[in-house]
Design a protein around this ligand. Structure first.
Ligand SMILES: NC(=O)c1ccc[n+]([C@@H]2O[C@H](COP(=O)([O-])OP(=O)(O)OC[C@H]3O[C@@H](n4cnc5c(N)ncnc54)[C@H](O)[C@@H]3O)[C@@H](O)[C@H]2O)c1
Length: 373
């Protein structure tokens, strides 16, 4: 039996809807495999701003920091007209969690299910054999230009009488690159031993340094066949020959964009889970934050339309990486695959003319399947 403490931050929009399904799945795992999970739910994003004046309070942050894992839904922007330029923004919660909890490696597996090939924007023959994982650097780069306020190189809009200009800072230290690249090579060793490092070394100094570090780290992993690839080439190859990729490691912004593109291979952004890991160990794994790749999806929030699969598969990653429960994680993944193979579809993955179920029904079917495993 495993004991674990899990912080739960459902957040905004569809976040609470999909997180509820992930929690139902964890409850079944707890019961069926006789584990003991303690859940601590906290406010994050818009609700936290309204109630506590900040996207994540110190006490919610401390709850996360003292847990074995964080299960996160999504956070989303304030409606137009309500946001103050200098006021708190919902995404600051995620930035704080990632940075202050040292979560530098964001794992995003992309494995299109064969029964969903028809829901993808690619032809089935291009999808066959596709099974890749992105390792996105998560706690540096352009996203932290503003927060770090690098002297003389901030992220800001500068307005003077003469002109208006904007600047963003893409800063990486050697250490920040090395720790994520090492993590990616280790993941490659446990998979098909192929790694693609994606950058823009023909333009960016940060990418030139990225390449230097990759070449040094690669020497420690002789069994891994690796390559450098420019981000524009990678964007093209992802939709041309996606099955060629195994592990893709890249910096923060490129990873953000490429993984949304790759999500389309699976049929919907609602299908993709993620795990954000650092170097802190738990009793049987690594501390991590787990969330679906999608955002708060305000256009469908509150309408029982969101696909909960990304959130449920994130719970499976939590079981595997933070709690060391591989068998339970595999059972959750198998339950999802089974339900999809049975023809159950939320609207985002339903082919034209096929009936779709709501978020709750999709979650219920996954739970039922898991109970019968
Ligand atoms: N990690 C996060 O919390 C996160 C990530 C991305 C965006 N955001 C925020 O979310 C808000 C909305 O951003 P966006 O609209 O660009 O991205 P989004 O991911 O929320 O939505 C993009 C599109 O995908 C659809 N979609 C998203 N999740 C879905 C699901 N589970 N099932 C079915 N369809 C789904 C939406 O309906 C929408 O059409 C913004 O405020 C953005 O900053 C948050």
């Amino acid at each position: 039996m495993s004991k674990a403490t899990i912080a739960v931050l459902p957040g905004d929009g569809v976040g609470p809807e999909v997180t509820a399904c992930a929690l139902d799945v964890l409850a079944v795992v707890e019961e069926r495999y006789r584990h003991s999970f303690t859940f601590h739910e906290g406010l994050v994003g818009l609700d936290a701003i309204r109630a506590e004046g900040t996207a994540i309070s110190d006490s919610t942050f401390e709850t996360c920091a003292h847990s074995d894992a964080v299960l996160f839904g999504a956070v989303g922007s304030l409606p137009a007209g309500q946001a103050r330029a200098d006021g708190p923004r919902p995404e600051q919660a995620l930035f704080r969690l990632r940075k202050e909890l040292g979560l530098f490696a964001n794992l995003r597996p992309v494995h299109p299910f064969e029964p969903l090939y028809g829901a993808s924007s690619l032809k089935p023959e291009h999808l066959k054999g596709t099974d890749m994982i992105f390792v996105r650097e998560l706690s540096a780069g352009l996203y932290y230009g503003r927060l770090e306020s690098v002297p003389g190189k901030p992220s800001e809009i500068r307005r003077t009488a003469a002109r208006t200009e904007a600047v963003d800072t893409l800063l990486y230290t050697e250490e920040e690159i090395e720790r994520v690249v090492r993590a990616a090579f280790e993941i490659a060793e446990a998979r098909a031993s192929r790694l693609t490092s994606v950058d823009k070394a023909n333009v960016l100094s940060s990418s030139v340094l990225w390449r230097e570090v990759v070449e040094r780290v690669a020497a420690d992993h002789p069994s891994v066949a690796w390559e450098h690839m420019l981000v524009d080439t990678c964007a093209m190859r992802l939709v041309r020959t996606p099955a060629d990729f195994d592990v893709i490691v890249t910096e923060n912004l490129f990873g953000d964009i490429l993984t949304d593109e790759a999500a389309m291979l699976t049929g919907s952004i609602g299908m993709l889970p993620s795990a954000s890991l650092g170097s802190r160990r738990t009793a049987s794994g690594m501390f991590g934050l787990y969330e679906p790749v999608h955002g708060s999806a305000p256009d469908i929030a509150g309408r029982d339309m969101a696909n909960p699969v990304g959130a449920v598969l994130s719970a499976a990653l939590l079981l595997r990486h933070s709690l060391g429960l591989d068998q339970e994680a595999a059972a959750v993944e198998a339950a999802v695959e089974h339900v999809v193979r049975d023809g159950c579809r939320t609207v985002d993955i339903a082919e034209a003319g096929h009936a779709a179920v709501g978020t709750r029904e999709m979650g219920r079917r996954i739970v039922d399947r898991l109970r019968r495993t």
